[in-house]
Design a protein. Structure first.
Ligand SMILES: [Fe+2]
Ligand SMILES: [Fe+2]
Length: 201
């Protein structure tokens, strides 16, 4: 049921309830791990931990849907065919989850919505909150891929450095498999690396 726009302090409880109602098994465990990590990183980098947790609770809320269900819902919620075609199937659930958060849960905070949208790919103009959720999604404690523990245990000096490290790993994996790379991931990479270079000079 559609709700009216919420005050920010109400976001977290709505998001938690939504996640616990709709997710189960490993996806719920991953989501809880992501929330925990996002709160920890948000506090460490001086960000709003409730907002980070809200985005983390909702980031994969539609991931269990089939691609057909995701596509149908995106069309119903007004995503144009051109926009839909610009997203890779594996990451489109971020955009759908953000649309559900906005339209169905009344969450209208742009930082929270961007953090949900861009949690897999990153994007240009990524906020610090989005970086926290992007990082948490990849290194939270239930992740078991090779080097997950090493990535989790590192002391990242800045959020940008953590995103660069993780995005590099994602891009290398995709390029190794000759997979198509979402343009938002490339835009994110270029922007962060350019900024890092400018700081070095
Ligand atoms: Fe995801
Ligand atoms: Fe996730």
């Amino acid at each position: 049921m559609r709700q009216k726009a919420l005050a920010s302090q109400e976001y977290l409880e709505v998001a938690r309830r939504c996640a616990e109602e709709h997710l189960k098994g490993r996806l719920l465990e991953h989501t809880r791990g992501c929330v925990e990590m996002a709160q920890k990183l948000a506090r460490r980098f001086g960000l709003d931990a409730d907002k980070a947790a809200t985005a983390a609770y909702l980031h994969d809320i539609t991931k269990a849907f089939s691609l057909e269900q995701q596509t149908a819902l995106l069309q119903k919620l007004g995503m144009s065919p051109a926009e839909l075609a610009s997203h890779l199937p594996a990451v489109v659930h971020g955009w759908l989850s953000a649309l559900i958060a906005k339209r169905e849960l009344g969450i209208d905070d742009p930082e929270v919505l961007q953090a949900i949208e861009a949690h897999s790919t990153g994007c240009a103009g990524m906020s610090d909150l989005s970086k926290v959720v992007f990082i948490s999604d990849f290194i939270e404690h239930t992740r078991r891929f090779p080097k997950a523990a090493e990535l989790r245990g590192r002391e990242y000096p800045t959020l940008d450095e953590a995103v660069i490290t993780i995005l590099r790993r994602k891009l290398e994996y995709l390029l190794e498999g000759r997979a198509i790379v979402d343009r938002r991931a490339i835009e994110c990479w270029n922007e962060l690396v350019e900024r890092a270079r400018q700081k070095e000079t």
